[in-house]
Design a protein around this ligand. Structure first.
Ligand SMILES: [Fe+2]
Ligand SMILES: [Fe+2]
Length: 143
C-alpha cells in the first residue's frame, strides 16, 4: 500500500477531498499490483495507468474549472503546477510503454507521485479549498 487513506490531509472544500481519496485509492491498487505480482500482465498495467491518468486529468480540470469560475487568485500558479506534474507522468508512462520496466513505475509512485501529491494537498490544494469554502478571506491576495 502506498497511501494510508485515513491519514490523508483534508482541505476545506469537501468535493476536492472526495476526488483525492478516489485517486489515491487507484494509486494504491496499481502500486499493490506492481509490487505483489510476480508475472505482470502488461496490458492490465496499461489499462490501470490509463485509468489513473484520466483520473488525474479530471481531478486537475475539476480544480481548475472551480478556480476559474470563482476567480481564485492562485489559478495561474496552481494550474501550471498541475501541467508540470502531468508532463512528468506522461513521460514516465510513455517510457514504461516502450520498455515494460515495472521498476520504473514503482519508482515513480514511491519517489515522485507520493511526496508530490502529499505536499500539493497541504499547500496549493489547501489554499484553493479555503478559497472555495470562503472567498472573502482572500481579498487582495494572488500568487
Ligand atoms: Fe487536488
Ligand atoms: Fe491541485
Amino acid at each position: 500500500m502506498l497511501f494510508e487513506l485515513e491519514k490523508v490531509n483534508k482541505v476545506a472544500f469537501d468535493d476536492m477531498n472526495t476526488v483525492h481519496l478516489e485517486e489515491l485509492e487507484l494509486a494504491n491498487t496499481l502500486y499493490d499490483y506492481l509490487t505483489t505480482t510476480k508475472e505482470h500482465d502488461h496490458s492490465k498495467i496499461e489499462k490501470m495507468l490509463e485509468e489513473f491518468a484520466f483520473h488525474l486529468r479530471d481531478h486537475f480540470l475539476f480544480e481548475e474549472d472551480m478556480m476559474r469560475e470563482t476567480n481564485c487568485p492562485i489559478l495561474s500558479c496552481h494550474e501550471s503546477e498541475h501541467k508540470r506534474v502531468q508532463k512528468i507522468m506522461f513521460q514516465i508512462f510513455t517510457e514504461y510503454a516502450r520498455t515494460k520496466d515495472v521498476r520504473l513505475l514503482q519508482f515513480y509512485f514511491e519517489r515522485e507521485f507520493k511526496s508530490w501529491i502529499e505536499n500539493h494537498i497541504v499547500t496549493m490544494d489547501t489554499v484553493t479549498g479555503a478559497f472555495l469554502n470562503d472567498p472573502s478571506v482572500f481579498e487582495g491576495k494572488s500568487c
